[in-house]
Design a protein around this ligand. Sequence first.
Ligand SMILES: [Zn+2]
Length: 366
Amino acid sequence: MPEVMLRNGQSVPPKDWGEIRLCWDRNARSWFLHISYAAPAEVLPGPAEGRPTVTVAIDEGIINPMTLAAKMPDDSNSMKVLVLNGRQGRSAKRYRNKVVARLTSRMSRCKNGSRKHRRLMAAKKKVEAKTERRLHDFDHQVSAKAEKFTREVHETWTEHHREKSGTDTVVGVRLVAGDVRGIEKNTNKKRRASRSTRQQLSQWSRGRQENYLQYKTGLKLEHINEAHSSQTCPKCSTRTKVRGREYVCKHKSCGFRCHRDAVGGVNIQTLADNDGTFVPDPDLQVEVTYRRSQAGWSPLQRSLHAYHQDVLGRAGTGAYREERRSAQNRATHAGTTVSGVAVDRAVISDDTTTRPGAGRASAHAA
Ligand SMILES: [Zn+2]
């Protein structure tokens, strides 16, 4: 009997299960058991008539999949922003694209249906399936961090309103995102984007992240027009074309500097609260936090880390002790530290070369 766990670690008894389906994943070439169940997750209250409401704005992007912004209650000029970095997702996609391109070009040089062709096809499916699993996890990492931010904002505002007007006040949350739906369409015909940008846009899993966030918070996500939200200065409403990752207002007496995506998030928040108009706030304070949407560690990574912490970090002294815990340091201090790593690396490369289609990966590891 399989065990079904909720996200908080509680197990779901079989009597609460719904439909069960046994599915064949063509790319992974294995069976999956899909079990549906009702999760009694804590649903956040949405906006309603006569209920104080807080707006959580989301700016979506390729480099940073989600940037969330919300006002803070202490004084109305402070804005809390969370920037979620998407490096893990981008690197998974880039790796997949490169491997698939290489395999496809090799496949084009051999006969359709030949043994070589079949082998290359299997390798391609394997990397597709692995990337799909990594991206699935990545989207969950992003939406879980966005959910946490939304819940924290809700909690802060609930406390604030309860102090003012009674302990049974319910605060609603309005989730708003800039409307970027359909941005990936017609990019080639009109030459709006370069080749690589077009590929990034078409592989953007924005919709799935939105769906995960909606189901985790129980809220309905609204889309609003986000025109000029990345260019307009939130302090003085001057429009500046952004170059690079930092926004610098071109107005002489303003000179507002901030993270580019944080500006987008703050502006979408203002647009949502003011029915689609920009309202400049000269005393605005933006507090930006950066988070990686880090995927979980593999058992090998975990054991290597523990090894370096225990054996080389705390127990080792003098010449055996590493200066700082970084891969770069371990590489340069070959004499003292490489032994443990070298053994593990040898294990990795032995393991991967026996499998077809993983030759390149093992070359990298070695
Ligand atoms: Zn400005």
